[in-house]
Ligand binder design. Sequence first.
Ligand SMILES: [Zn+2]
Length: 323
Amino acid sequence: MRSLFLTSPRIRSKARFVAASIALATTAPSISLAQTNPLWTQEKIRNYLPHMTVPEVQDLLTRTDMVIIPVAALEQHGLHLPIGTDYLNGVEQAKLIAQQVDVLVAPILLPGQSPYHMGFEGTITLPSTLVQEVYVEAVKSLLAHGFKRFLILNAHGGNRAITTFIVDRINQETAGIAVDLGAVAGPFRDRGRMASIPLPDGTMLDRHGGTPETSSSLYLMPTLVDLEAARPATITLTPELEAMLPDVLAGDPTALTVFLAEGLKDEATGKGTSSIEMSSTGVWGSRDPREATVERGRISTEVFVDAAVAFIDRWNELRPYRP
Ligand SMILES: [Zn+2]
């Protein structure tokens, strides 16, 4: 029944008509914005599921079966970035992609796996098994409505293994086909453009909440960055991490792998590497976050968005959508 409905041109055009009527209704002069919620500042975003009506979802299904699902986190991001940084940045990137190519953007969860940030107020962490279960169940709902291909966009380093597992579970256990969007966009990244990003001088530890993430946030959600509040963190690494830091900063990939295997872990593991044990502000880096720039955030965002769009085009070429 469902596929008959979706493939009937008559009903599809009716759906478009309904969508157009809704658009007209929302701009009708009878609604005075002065009399509505004074906090409401959102504009309707195309292909963004929370803003869409049923006819609009039906209409999108005539053009694509792809969904971007950001995998997010709600965790401390130092003195200057909001708790929702990873959620917001992931969703904003996905929305930008969906303005260039037809794909549904479906945020599911705000929190993710962040036990190593629990020393700072506001962090919410969920068990990894629960997080992946929620995303896989959400995918089953979308599959029931005709969506088939899933681009899982990880927006938080602590969700990397969870993201890999979600992708594999969708592919192994459901009719859906999933990829890790960060990974598949890799070959399409404009490396020349990435290299053109003006970086601060000198090599320093500059990770969670540092200048790369602050720059992206300045571009993607400027009103939520309190750059004035930022200051350089005092970093206290364990002697083992301290000893390997020079090799990490010199770009040794093996040193980085073992550094990250041990660093930023739940305080309960006894490793001494949770964020509150290593950082005075919550930022995992010695560089002043105030060295971040909008320009750096703009270029890195555009490179990723363009690469994601190029991947989606290529996937549609390799496997054309037939509604
Ligand atoms: Zn983050």
